[in-house]
Design a protein around this ligand. Structure first.
Ligand code: 1PZ
Length: 213
């Protein structure tokens, strides 16, 4: 199956990409990880124009990491672990703000996606386990309050709150997310995301990198 552009969001491909991103040795493969994120981009696009800001921000973060992969030090950007080791040893992590002419580090960029993955894990878990009359916009907001809001500026929080108001109904969301699949696909995906999240979290926490500016 084609992995690129045109097709609609497919939760199996999302699950596959994130499980494939975990190597048998416990490394997170960046190529597959970003492939998973491109699948999420399709999901955001399916939600409509109210989510344009969030889509563009996601695209921008994916783009920064892709440019690192294609850059002169691309070999070091094969796994999360090798990226962290490389940026640490070259002083490129940016524990303090980096000078403006320098591109954002891979580590601080991935950290943003990593936190958003927690949001997704919480949200999908709520969606997969909540009663039929549960409101997605509310589940979104609750997951956001825990996983992302503490790291966002006032204006971003306002913009995100507006987007949540445009969240489709539970039925419509199920149509986009689950489509022909069994609802169990949602929980399988939550599990894969969780594994990838936990390993990344361990790596970042071991190097004191959970608060990069
Ligand atoms: C269903 C949709 C739910 C979305 C969940 C909440 C996502 C909020 C993302 C808000 C991004 C909009 C504006 C830019 C925010 C940036 O300031 C932050 C911090 O980056 P920095 O400014 O430090 O460079 N960007 C992020 O936090 C990255 C967020 C990535 C996108 C998240 C999408 C999550 C969901 C994907 C699946 C549906």
């Amino acid at each position: 199956a084609a992995q690129g552009g045109r097709e609609e969001f497919d939760i199996r491909q999302l699950q596959r990409a994130f499980s494939a991103s975990l190597s048998p040795r416990g490394e997170i493969l960046l190529r597959e990880y970003l492939q998973g994120w491109r699948q999420l981009l399709k999901f955001l696009e399916a939600l409509g124009t109210a989510f344009g800001l969030i889509s563009r921000e996601t695209e921008s973060k994916i783009g920064i990491l892709q440019r690192h992969q294609e850059g002169p030090h691309g070999l070091h950007y094969r796994t999360v672990q090798s990226m962290v080791a490389f940026e640490l040893s070259s002083g490129l992590v940016g524990f303090q703000s980096l000078p403006a002419h320098q591109p954002p580090s891979g580590c601080r960029t991935l950290l943003r996606l990593h936190r958003a993955l927690k949001w997704l894990e919480l949200f999908l878990h709520k969606l997969g386990t909540s009663p039929k009359d549960g409101k997605p916009s509310r589940m979104c907001a609750e997951a956001y309050r825990v996983a992302l809001a503490p790291y966002h500026s006032w204006w971003v929080k306002q913009a995100v709150a507006l987007a949540f108001l445009a969240m489709p109904s539970r039925q419509e969301l199920y149509r986009i997310i689950v489509r022909g699949e069994k609802p169990a696909a949602v929980l399988a995906t939550v599990e894969s995301l969780g594994r990838v999240y936990n390993i990344t979290q361990e790596v970042y926490s071991a190097h004191g990198m959970l608060e990069l500016p």
